[in-house]
Design a binder for this molecule. Structure first.
Ligand SMILES: [Zn+2]
Ligand SMILES: [Zn+2]
Length: 114
């Protein structure tokens, strides 16, 4: 299969951006079925989900033992945040990380503009 650079249009700002051969190979490798739909700027603005970028770590305190810890998401007020060791002590409990990410993804999917 041959790949060539393709020009795609960003669904957010309408800007044209290049879907490079390298990126196409990456998508092909990951078996992503859909083309990227956002230009680099919009992707950066949206943050997260880039994969290549370092995840932002937020400093917080463990609600269980009070130890200082970092989490790869912004802790929601009122939601308990556990340090790694406390989290590992909870068998079968839902990861606060994944549930928070889920909420975030849903929020991001909702268009903000009218
Ligand atoms: Zn854009
Ligand atoms: Zn703890």
């Amino acid at each position: 299969m041959e790949f060539v650079d393709r020009t795609l249009k960003c669904i957010d700002c309408g800007a044209e951006f290049v879907f490079t051969v390298g990126e196409q190979l990456f998508f092909h490798d990951k078996q992503f079925k859909n083309d990227p739909r956002h230009c680099k700027q919009c992707k950066a603005k949206r943050g997260k989900g880039g994969g290549r970028k370092v995840r932002p770590e937020t400093r917080t305190t463990c609600s269980e033992c009070g130890a200082e810890t970092t989490v790869p998401f912004k802790p929601t007020q009122g939601r308990p945040v556990l340090c790694r060791s406390c989290f590992q002590k909870l068998p079968g409990k839902q990861a606060p990380v994944s549930s928070d990410l889920k909420t975030k993804t849903e929020a991001e999917l909702t268009p903000a503009q009218n």
